[in-house]
Design a protein around this ligand. Sequence first.
Ligand code: KIV
Length: 294
Amino acid sequence: MNRITTADIREMKKRGQKIVMMTAYDYPTARLVDEAGADMILVGDTLGMVVLGYDSTLPVTMEDMIHHTKAAVRGSKHAMVVGDMPFMSYQTGWQDAMRNAARFLQETECGAVKLEGGVRSAEIVKKLVEAGIPVMGHIGLTPQSVNQVGGWKVQGKTPAAAVQLMHDAQALEQAGAFAIVLELVPAPLAELLTGRLSVPTIGIGAGVHCDGQVQVFHDLLGLYDGFVPKHAGRYADAGAIIRDAVARYAADVRTGAFPTNKQSFKMDPAALAELSPLTNTDHLARRHALGLDA
Ligand code: KIV
């Protein structure tokens, strides 16, 4: 089965077919998400929080992102993998953006990159797209600017802010972004934007009318409880399942119930017999056998 491409994603909007995107940051998770049928895998810089234990996405580096994106590409066959450009990998100018976006495509073989910002990032998006690099935009709440916007707040709630978001979306569309993430945007505004744009909108906390949805794997599966956003559905409590499994394993190790013969390996009795001096409980014979008295 071939990998999904940006052309497929655009086609899905035209057909009115919802686009499914989910984060994954490593080989086994990407494999599961891919096998479950996601259209796109986002190796998001949220990995800073849900995988690396930072308080925000800001400390995440290009090296972190390349390392994890490579694993997600290895783990998936069908979904398009999108590498998230970390803080300061593109804000410092288009040359840095070009070099770092190229690293994603060349070193990880992912299908596209994502970067944050509307009007302010449009020139960079245009340059990357002209160079043949597929770019996904990201507006609304942009976590890399969380210190500037004053926290994890819904964006575009006033008429002026909503109009600014429309300009942002339009600028990205004109710059050639193949899709745009709308994060923490009121549902009616996201619906309006989705109707006006020719490129798909991928919502996260932006209501049901977006062309697609993206969620963080760990939020959906109960694997991260540092902060669970209101928009994150809970589809499993994998955290509880894992804790229970590890606790049962620990109890079995402590009582000697694990491992059993089933998990152990046999030895040829003749080979074992040759080791009998080593199993002799007589202290002197044991020292002699081990060559300690020579
Ligand atoms: O980094 C990420 O996971 C993201 C999503 C929240 C859209 O940008």
